[in-house]
Design a protein around this ligand. Structure first.
Ligand code: PRP
Ligand code: HPA
Length: 195
């Protein structure tokens, strides 16, 4: 029996060591226990640092939906959530270089303590776009929480206040991150296997 599951043929849900997605091989990189433990640490830190305030989490769809839901459950002070939808990758493994805003924020962010929630900062173009966009809304403060960061790939000078894991410059899938829209439902994060 093969130990490599092909995501395009059968849904993969748990902890396979290797999977294939759109004909490319990926290996397990961060399992769900490790992800959830790190998220709980970030949630505790945010709860302490924002005590007495009511921050609003701005989740960057689609990729950040899972991280946002899990992170929010670990924050034990009052907080709100709203969503923006950006897209720049299409079905490819590299950024198109152009960030499109497909849905804007609905909440009034003027004077608010905003925490931007991302699944990944890769080239940094989406986050740079977010920072420019937020400046229009005149918030009181802006911080960023990103589950993953690829420092070797990030070009703009960005301040990332809460980072789950720094990872190498290789394509990753799972836990909200897609390859051509599939693989978001994996509870673990897989990395492109270059071997
Ligand atoms: O730092 P960057 O190189 O800009 O990459 C990061 C962005 O790319 C992904 O979004 P994508 O455009 O793929 O849309 P999605 O969230 O709907 O998958 C991810 O969710 C981030 O928003
Ligand atoms: O490595 C990645 N995987 C999935 N989506 C992404 N968007 C930016 N980088 C990535």
């Amino acid at each position: 029996m093969s130990t490599t599951r092909d995501l395009t043929e059968a849904p993969a849900q748990t902890h396979e060591q290797t999977i294939t997605c759109r004909g490319e091989r990926f290996r397990l990189y961060l399992d769900s226990d490790r992800i959830q433990k790190r998220i709980a640490e970030i949630g505790r830190q945010i709860s302490n640092e924002y005590e007495g305030k009511t921050p609003i989490l701005i989740s960057v769809l689609n990729g950040a939906f899972m991280f946002t839901a899990d992170l929010m459950r670990t924050i034990d002070i009052d907080c709100e959530v709203d969503f923006i939808k950006l897209s720049s990758y299409g079905d490819e493994k590299v950024s198109s270089g152009q960030v499109h805003e497909l849905k804007s924020v609905d909440a009034n962010l003027e004077g608010r303590d905003v925490i931007v929630i991302e699944d990944i900062v890769d080239t940094g173009l989406s986050m740079q776009f977010m920072m420019n966009r937020l400046a229009d809304y005149n918030p009181k403060s802006v911080r960023v929480a990103s589950l993953l960061h690829k420092p070797a790939s990030t070009e703009p000078d960005l301040t990332l206040d809460y980072v789950g894991f720094e990872i190498p410059d290789l394509f990753v899938i799972g836990y909200g991150l897609d390859y051509g829209q599939i693989a978001r439902n994996l509870p673990d994060i897989y990395i492109l296997d270059e071997k």
